[in-house]
Design a protein around this ligand. Sequence first.
Ligand code: TYM
Length: 333
Amino acid sequence: MQKEIVVSGIRSTGFLHLGNYFGAIHNYLKMQEDYNCYFFVADFHSLTTHPDPKDLKQSVFRVAAENIASGLDPEKVALYAQTDVPEIPELYLLMNMLAYKGELEKVPTFKDKVRLSPDNVNAGLLTYPVLMAADILIHRAVKVPVGKDQEQHLEMARNFANRFNTRYNIDLFPEPHVFRFDNNTVKIMSLDGNGKMSKSENQNATIYLNDEDEVIRKKIMKAKTDSGPAEPNAEMPDYIQNLFDLMKLVAPADTYEHFKSSYDSCNIRYGDFKKQLAEDMVNFVAPIRTRAQDLQKDEAQLQRILKLGAEKARASAAKTLSEARKAIGINYY
Ligand code: TYM
């Protein structure tokens, strides 16, 4: 039986954090065994904010290294840089003809960017979801492991896929859907309780896969808490829920149960809770950090891995692109 096709990407803008890990990479690791996986560093997407050319390569290599250090096996999946697959920008161009200004302007992530950086509302930002659709459709993927913040983009990718199929009367692109093993897309919140954990906003409330042990401890000890539940079995405010969610992800089950029942019986001491969470988090992050640092020292090895990934990705991408061109009528010779 043919394996289902999976695509996902992470922008090369800054260090990866727990949101990237639990929103995306955690699922990559489970999927690499049973699916035909294409995972990439979204370096074209990072250009919307004009990173310094001096930093670009290092950022791309770091994201690749952090993926591998987290357990991704470049032998089992295609791990590549988006800019190494020229079929993607060509499909993006073709898809742009079917994407409308009105729908792109309504995308919440676009509106956020306009609000945050009104001096840099470039066309790349506006058409960001079209490039993302091209990333996915170029391999005709059906499953896309991403966090909750990307759901809207996936909906647009489905629209573009269907629009292309309808316009050219062809069944070329299947509908891609968000995928998670437990059927529940995660959102890891910032430790200060304000919005999601992100690469750029409030670095003190974000735990990076590159953080040293002491930094992790400090950040967790500073995480937002309150005076504790007022009555037994009280509902958790979302910033407390987030800490419990993190504990569930990195600590042994009985540790989680212990603190959950002390919360439910109003006996919780947040100091002890956070100390325990900090230790479990250090145990979780430290091996990834060390492996990623070692990998980044071996540039030749990372280059080999990315080249191999690009070869695999281009083989699949070329087939789709050729069919898309044919469907449009670009077959002159
Ligand atoms: P990016 O680089 O912002 O994030 C990479 C992945 O991490 C997830 N994520 C989170 N999940 C849970 N909680 C959080 N706080 C959190 N922060 C980030 C994201 O959902 C994502 O899965 N547009 C994409 C990159 C991309 C892509 C694609 C993804 C480009 N083309 C094609 C899938 C398919 C992005 O900016 O992700």
